[in-house]
Design a protein around this ligand. Structure first.
Ligand SMILES: C[S@@+](CC[C@H](N)C(=O)[O-])C[C@H]1O[C@@H](n2cnc3c(N)ncnc32)[C@H](O)[C@@H]1O
Ligand code: SF4
Length: 473
């Protein structure tokens, strides 16, 4: 597409931005807080294991999605808000992996299971491939002995490009393949070496492209991740990045808007930097413009947003783990530091502190320290917010999960959002319009209880869409 036309089309599509901000949909200073869980992950009170599991029954067929967190990395990226250890000695990695095994055993015991039957698996981090090949193999052997892969539709691994290169990289990829890993998410972040340097990423653009080529050749499904809205990244450079990303032939392209405010409870250096170097951090309009430009360019090249933020050419290429948890609302278990479990009407969050993680496991306890058994109000919101953000809400399914018809609740909110062309609704579905997709997170905040709102009431204009108004279901 000719650049001038692309920019004109994108401008036209985002022209309601100011109006929506004046109506209170978007925070006045343009800050952004992604809607990932409900309640948000940093708002859970302390909980003990007994309270968390009281009255919980395993899902039918004992099927769960599984997440495993491995919190080690080579370098600390400037934008990262995850508690990870950099340059941990081998003994510490071994110790962590031993504790992870123990945690799995304690969990299985609690659920009365001899093995876990995953619907899907995601191993993330940190950089879960930042282990020497022998240690990676040892971990996968121990993990695999505890899971029965017969019902597993996807085994996905988050990787850093550098860990896939050279002799060791080749060995790692062979090991992953031999244990049934079939999808890799590669953190590329940018296709501009200057920006990668600013981010303190350990790899170059050339290395990232090499990693994509190798993984494609080995037959993995490949998802490549990028951040937009990074300081120094111009709209022109972003257009080039998206065009280049398309040419790399990945199955999925995943785009994250830069999170400056930490989503969890660990704060990366980006927040401090954004205060110090205010001018470099551009605002809301450019970020939304970048998202719209990406949507237009990707759709022209056959990539559609099949799961929020994830663009793929076919409907089947996306994270099954995310889809099962966020669209189907299936039960999911997380192992490892900061991992969470989402179990029907409850949510448990593992500690973010290594010492506490080790201590609790050594006591024979699960390392969970925060969480909630959702009450009716929270359950009604959760079952709406997650599918709305990630795809659309199926009304029949909503009623099955909550026992309540969506035609009878949140009506004032839904009608207002429809009036502003942010939601569509028919007999079967409720979903985001093309305009709504640009503000998916803010629209989800509309359905939060005031106790769980990401920003104070005064952070929004007092217009028709101030999220604090009409909050009752
Ligand atoms: C769970 S993170 C970790 C992935 C992996 N460690 C890596 O960096 O390649 C998954 C993705 O979230 C995105 N991400 C992490 N921090 C972010 C931030 N502050 N703002 C926007 N996206 C972020 C990055 O694209 C990253 O690849
Ligand atoms: S962004 Fe990824 S690679 Fe970078 S420090 Fe965080 S977890 Fe590690």
């Amino acid at each position: 597409m000719i650049k001038a036309k692309l920019l004109k089309d994108a401008e036209e599509r985002i022209k309601d931005l100011n109006k929506l901000q004046k109506e209170g949909l978007i925070c006045l200073d343009g800050q952004f807080f992604p809607s990932v869980h409900y309640p948000p992950i940093n708002m859970y009170p302390p909980i003990d294991e007994k309270t968390l599991f009281k009255g919980y029954a395993n899902p039918s067929g004992n099927l769960f999605d599984i997440y495993v967190h491995i919190p080690f990395c080579m370098k600390y990226c400037v934008f990262c808000h995850y508690p990870v250890k950099i340059g941990a000695p081998d003994e510490e990695k071994d110790h962590y992996l031993n504790m992870l095994e123990k945690e799995m055993d304690i969990y299985m015991n609690r659920l009365g299971l001899k093995t876990i039957k995953p619907r899907s698996i995601l191993i993330g981090g940190g950089t879960p491939t930042y282990l020497i090949p022998a240690r990676l193999e040892k971990f996968l052997r121990s993990f695999s002995s505890r899971v029965d892969l017969n019902s597993c539709t996807q085994f996905s691994y988050d990787v850093d490009p550098l860990t896939l290169l050279g002799k060791e990289g080749g060995e790692r990829l062979k090991i992953l393949k031999s244990f049934g890993v079939d999808r890799l998410t590669i953190g590329i972040q940018s296709l501009d070496d200057e920006i990668l340097k600013k981010m303190n990423r350990p790899h170059t653009v050339k290395e990232a492209i090499e990693a994509i080529d190798i993984t494609k050749k080995m037959g993995f499904k490949v998802n490549i991740e990028f951040i937009y809205g990074y300081p120094g990244q111009t709209i022109e450079a972003w257009i080039e990045t998206v065009e280049k990303a398309v040419s790399l032939g990945a199955d999925e392209i995943q785009l994250y808007r830069l999170k400056i405010i930490p989503y969890g409870d660990h704060m990366g250096s980006i927040l401090k930097k954004s205060v110090k170097e205010r001018k470099e951090y551009f605002g809301l309009k450019r970020a939304i413009m970048m998202k719209e430009i990406a949507i237009l360019l990707l759709s022209q090249n056959g990539y559609n947003e099949n799961l929020r933020r994830v663009f793929s050419k076919t409907q089947d290429d996306f994270s099954h783990y995310a889809n099962n948890q966020c669209c189907n609302l299936f039960d999911e278990i997380g192992f490892g530091l900061t991992a969470f479990s989402s179990l029907r009407d409850r949510f448990g969050l593992n500690t973010q502190y290594f010492d506490k993680y080790y201590y609790l496991i050594n006591q024979g306890k699960l390392p969970v320290d925060r969480g909630l058994v959702r009450n009716r109000d929270a359950q009604l919101r959760w079952a709406l917010i997650l599918p709305l953000k990630n795809r659309e809400v199926n009304k029949k399914y909503y009623q099955r999960i909550t026992g309540v018809s969506l035609d009878t609740i949140f009506r004032k909110k839904i009608e207002k959002l429809k009036e502003f062309n942010l939601l569509y609704e028919n007999d079967k579905m409720l979903g985001l319009t093309p305009l709504g997709i640009l503000f998916a997170d803010e629209i989800c905040h509309q359905f939060h209880h005031p106790d769980y709102m990401p920003f104070a009431r005064t952070a929004y204009a007092q217009g028709k869409l101030n999220p604090y108004d009409d909050f009752q279901p």
